[in-house]
Design a protein around this ligand. Structure first.
Ligand SMILES: Nc1ncnc2c1ncn2[C@@H]1O[C@H](COP(=O)(O)OP(=O)(O)OP(=O)(O)O)[C@@H](O)[C@H]1O
Length: 323
């Protein structure tokens, strides 16, 4: 299917207390692959995802699907998004069937297609006449997925799609998403706080910190051989694989206060919290003044850290490196 490319995307929320929630992010979701996007609360993951479907105010850059600017796609159908909260993403007054049919291209045999999609997401086609309020959270999330598939997408963005669900149904929904992604060869940006979930689903992983991608690469490399101190801290903060479910604990990565997104630190944005940075080591003064590049071409493992090389890893990526 088609590659999804974020090309130097910035999102600024306005007003006097405005902030740049996403700051020049470049990230590629290769065709038919899953990129897991991870980072603590407030790092800008949802804002980046929503930028792709026109729901957050892009102030610079663009998003491309198969080389076409998503703003020029027909009603954005080839790119669909499923949200955290299935309660608010479905119209409570429309039947399940109407909600799904609404997203279909013209000329579709709607009744038959609704039944097919409901079966695909393991729901009884009889559900088509029900209202969202008659369904459980897990069932509603299945309907949201069916609705997204009704647009016959090439790419799918999933933003914390299991975190509002009972733990007992999370696994089934994740399995469904994975099987649908494979069946339709979808390119997928998958956002989660949960590193176990990211590990389970992702071909590639991108790590976001304070509006930037700080590390990206093949999932196995990023998760087992992290190059950026922030990624290492995230992985250290997460309990081991023996523990069942774990979420990233915002602020658990270092002793320093979480950053204020209105006033990102100069130099490397991670420096006030970095355990191998200038507050700990006198030879790392560069981190106070020089901003390491951020960029993400996940086929290649790279990190935006002045010292990732000296930590025994690949050289840091340079400003403006191509996607
Ligand atoms: N509509 C908005 N108006 C103003 N600021 C916003 C808006 N939405 C998000 N923000 C701010 O933008 C920053 C990034 O938020 P965002 O929700 O994208 O982060 P996130 O990584 O998805 O967090 P979470 O995991 O908690 O959803 C935060 O500082 C947040 O407070």
């Amino acid at each position: 299917m088609s590659e999804l490319v974020f090309d130097s995307v910035s999102v600024r929320y306005g007003g006097r207390r405005g902030l740049t929630a996403v700051d020049g992010v470049s990230l590629t979701v290769p065709a038919g692959k899953v990129v897991g996007l991870v980072g603590e609360s407030g790092s800008g993951k949802s804002t980046l995802a929503r930028a792709a479907v026109g729901l957050s105010p892009v102030s610079a850059g663009r998003v491309l699907l198969g080389g076409v600017d998503v703003r020029k796609l027909p009603r954005r159908r080839p790119l669909q998004m499923v949200f955290q909260d299935p309660y608010s993403s479905l119209n409570p007054r429309m039947t399940i069937g109407e909600s799904i049919a609404e997203a279909m291209p013209r000329g579709t045999d709607r009744r038959a297609e609704v039944a097919r999609l409901l079966e695909l997401v393991n729901l009884d086609p009889e559900r088509a006449t029900h209202l969202p309020g008659q369904l459980s959270g897990g069932q509603r999330q299945r309907v949201a997925l069916a609705r997204a598939l009704a647009g016959r997408p090439e790419a799918l963005i999933a933003d914390e799609i299991t975190s509002a669900l009972d733990v007992s149904v999370q696994g089934a929904v994740l399995n469904l998403v994975r099987s649908v992604q494979r069946q339709f060869d979808l390119s997928m940006l998958f956002i989660s706080h949960n590193l176990a979930v990211i590990r389970y689903l992702s071909d590639f992983v991108a790590v976001m910190y304070l509006g930037r991608i700080v590390e990206a690469g093949p999932a196995a490399q990023v998760l087992t051989d992290p190059q950026h101190p922030y990624t290492r801290d995230l992985l250290d903060a997460a309990p081991s694989a023996h523990k069942p479910l774990f979420d990233l604990d915002p602020g658990a990565t270092a002793d320093a206060e979480p950053p204020d997104p209105h006033h990102p630190p100069a130099g490397c944005r991670y420096h006030p919290r970095c355990p191998v940075g200038p507050l700990v080591r006198s030879d790392r003064e560069i981190c106070l003044r020089a901003d390491p590049a951020e960029d993400a071409a996940p086929r290649k493992h790279a990190a935006a850290c002045h010292f990732s090389e000296s930590e025994g890893h690949e050289p840091a990526i340079s400003q403006g490196a191509s996607v």
